[in-house]
Design a protein around this ligand. Sequence first.
Ligand SMILES: CC(C)[C@H](C(=O)O)[C@@H](O)C(=O)O
Ligand code: SF4
Length: 479
Amino acid sequence: MSAKTLYDKLWDSHLVKQRDDGSALIYIDRHILHEVTSPQAFEGLRLAGRQPWRIDANIATPDHNVPTTKAERAGGLEAIADEVSRIQVKTLDENCDSFGILEFKMNDLRQGIVHVVGPEQGATLPGMTVVCGDSHTSTHGAFGALAHGIGTSEVEHVLATQCLVAKKMKNMLVKVEGELGFGVTAKDIVLAVIGKIGTAGGNGHAIEFAGSAIRDLSVEGRMTICNMAIEAGARVGLVACDEKTIAYVKDRPYAPKGADWDNAVAAWADLVSDADAVFDSVVELDAAEIKPQVSWGTSPEMVLAVDQRVPDPTAEADVVKRDSIVRALKYMGLNANQPITDIHLDRVFIGSCTNSRIEDLRAAAAVAKGRKVSASVKQALVVPGSGLVKAQAEKEGLDAIFTAAGFEWREPGCSMCLAMNPDKLQSGEHCASTSNRNFEGRQGNGGRTHLVSPAMAAAAAIAGHFVDVREMLNQEASA
Ligand SMILES: CC(C)[C@H](C(=O)O)[C@@H](O)C(=O)O
Ligand code: SF4
């Protein structure tokens, strides 16, 4: 038998039927739902008089439309001021109740962003196929699972049949070897990868992230990396299953127990690419060369190290690239050659499915501790990814660190990651954000997003402009 990549193995073990035209039917182990992409799918089921094929495979939670202030949350669903949001969240509740689907409702301690909640509950497991009507489902690939986003009609198809029509992708290996320097994180790795290969670099591929720097990351760091595979053009991001993955999953509510656990762990040992597996393309990065990253433009590939300057379009020979630089500079209100550290921030957002887990909050709090948010920053938000992350952070006193420094401590949800709830940028405002997309208008009409790590976002909040967090923490910069 020929050598296989991890992606090949996951694909083969879920293949129900391969057709000659290249399309295939794959079995889906876990389906996660949120309020934005599920209403029409449930409606379709209803119209067709169908029931979900395997009710227990589904798990739901509202995240995009939920408000994040205590006051709005305390009033329950009726207090959601925005009508569309209120209807979306209510509809998810009604659909889950009527079809018998497990849902962590808005004020349940287990509620949160789908991509934080799935792994946290052990609903995402190594070796599974995981889908959700959300592009950042790639996050779950950090567990050695085949995970990707699907559209609303596919949500209906998965609900009805537990299968998905899919096409096998190509294999790409992104290998990051060596040790990360002090203050450099998983977020910086993935931004550097996207800076190198571009937002189309992974098109049509499943990207496996490997190498010693990836192995050295925590499982949460690996989730941050896989989360942004989609921003590199790949619907799927993957990391091999190892001892850390298994330790993370153990004893979580929906993880197998007893003899089932032992059998599962034995089976998971094979969730690695064979040593001689062949990838269609390979990209290599040296971890030691990666510095804290800041996106300056309107696409995640428009990213630089914090000590660099915003590009000068006149230095770009390629006319298409030159035009996109000109356009991005204009939208972002930046000048050619401006040092990244001269970019001033109006708001700071620490949260989103990329960076709202406990380790992210710890990293931000380590910077915020004993410091104050700059008077020039109008708002600095910290939004935990789930109620359980929030509770853990409070147990560790992180909330007190943040509020003493002048950050707002919020209830879990997607929040300022995208403008689907009250947390938004005003036109022209610059935001240091730990999220994953910096498209025009992403955080509010005319808003200007800069993607960074949690530590870099906290440092920017303190300084009022971008700074190298390594200098703020007064440590020897490792680069
Ligand atoms: C609303 C949802 C469909 C969307 C996605 O698919 O990713 C959102 O989560 C995003 O991050 O843009
Ligand atoms: S946090 Fe942002 S990227 Fe993640 S699911 Fe919500 S809106 Fe999408």
